[in-house]
Design a protein around this ligand. Structure first.
Ligand code: PMP
Length: 410
């Protein structure tokens, strides 16, 4: 059953505010970061007010409570994606999770000249640059799946790209620019036939649809708390237990060691091996509250709600002459990031007119420069929807685009 969006919006006081022009905020930039409900803010505040201490150390009661809260958050996040607790590594964000894997693989897998690392042309820089760097450091070759005109992965070269030379396949589950939902399971099954490790960027999928790591078929999955109603400063790296157990640490120091002598150190098992230093405990607690919030709504219902808004946006924008959707124009295998261009008007100008009307969207290359280059455009305007958005807000987006055309004489 669908949830009550009007009731839910009361949990997000920021949505009541106006912008400088006096217009009510219409927040359509959840792909960049989401707003936080009171339940998340309260959970973080309550942690600091009543339980704050450094976890995993200290003989006192507060340290025990903080550790319980932190490990409880790990359990909540694990349940959310169908994982085991010790497969969940808390990171700063998606970017750190992917870098962790890239560095750890370099130090353990003997990747070198003659090997191949495969990405796609629709990756966010966070799932592209770490692999470019790994290729550069190891002498491996970087290759990639290109894109079709519709904004999907072009799989025609799959046999060349995935073979026994391919050590890593890094792919986004859902594009932050095009909205495209990629066939991760199909790709992972092909890759695994050659022993290739599959690293999935879940920054735009985990917040928006049910994701179960056992069904996904990947080996690693990274995502960010701040894109799923949670605090910034906390993210998650999930990895298969057996793979994590084989990986060396990325960052070293306190909290991740077993025995330290002056000239050598042994390390704890995962996940502690990958969580050096005092962790972001309050943020993890906040993330668990965000997960609870999403689970109360139901992830299938979240996806259905976004699909309705996306259908409306595609229809209304599609009716405006000169507006072109960059990405799949239909609802099949796509999420709720809707990018578009308006003939004759630069996206920054579209963004400015929208902003004056309170409509917050993102304009630019969205940290995925190869995509805009692929489609021969300087940038796009992107609206992205979440649980708190309403049909009236999608109307406001379309009206704002028409206003931009009137203003710029389009
Ligand atoms: N991947 C994708 C698909 C994203 O949309 C983003 C955030 N825009 C990231 C990775 C990076 O996330 P973070 O900045 O939280 O590390």
């Amino acid at each position: 059953m669908a949830f009550d969006v009007d009731a839910l919006r009361k949990d997000f006081p920021i949505l009541e505010r106006t912008v400088e022009s006096g217009a009510r905020l219409v927040y359509l930039d959840s792909g960049a970061t989401t707003q936080k409900p009171l339940q998340v803010l309260d959970a973080e505040r309550d942690f600091y007010l009543t339980h704050n201490a450094a976890v995993h150390r200290g003989a006192h009661q507060l340290a025990g409570e903080a550790t319980e809260a932190y490990e409880g958050a790990r359990h909540t996040v694990a349940g959310f994606i169908g994982a085991e607790d010790d497969e969940i590594v808390f990171t700063k964000n998606t970017t750190e999770g992917i870098n962790l894997v890239a560095y750890a693989l370099e130090n353990s897998r003997g990747i070198g000249p003659g090997d191949r690392i495969v990405v796609t042309e629709m990756e966010h820089h966070a799932n592209l640059v770490p692999w470019q760097q790994l290729a550069e450091r190891t002498g491996a070759t970087l290759d990639w799946f290109g894109l079709t005109d519709e904004g999907r992965l072009d799989l025609t070269r799959i046999d060349q790209l995935l073979d026994e030379r391919t050590k890593v396949l890094a792919v986004t589950h859902q594009s932050n620019v095009l909205g495209t939902l990629n066939p991760v399971r199909q790709l992972a099954d092909r890759a695994h036939a050659f022993g290739t490790l599959v690293v999935v960027d879940g920054a735009q999928s985990v917040p928006h649809r049910p994701v179960d790591v056992r069904e996904l078929g990947a080996d690693f999955l990274a995502f960010s708390g701040h894109k799923m109603l949670g605090p910034s400063g906390v993210g998650v790296l999930w990895g298969r237990r057996r793979l994590l157990a084989d990986l060396p640490p990325f960052l070293t120091g306190g909290s991740m060691i077993e025995v330290v002598e002056m000239d050598r150190t042994t390390f704890l098992s995962p996940p502690q091996r990958f969580e050096a230093g005092v962790p972001m405990t309050a943020q993890a607690v906040g993330l668990a509250a965000a997960v609870d919030y999403l689970q109360r709504l139901g992830m299938a219902e979240v996806a259905a709600h976004e699909e309705q808004l996306t259908a409306q946006a595609l229809e209304l924008l599609g009716e405006i002459p000169g507006v072109r959707i960059v990405g799949p124009g239909g609802l099949t295998a796509r999420g709720s990031a809707v990018s578009f261009t308006v003939d004759g008007i630069h996206p920054h100008d579209v963004g400015q007119i929208l902003d004056e009307r309170g409509v917050a969207v993102r304009v630019g290359h969205h940290c995925a420069r190869p995509i805009v280059r692929r489609y021969g455009i300087p940038a796009t305007t992107r609206a992205s929807f979440y649980v708190y958005n309403t049909p009236a807000e999608v109307d406001a987006l379309a009206e704002g685009v028409r206003a931009a055309q009137r203003y710029f004489g389009g």
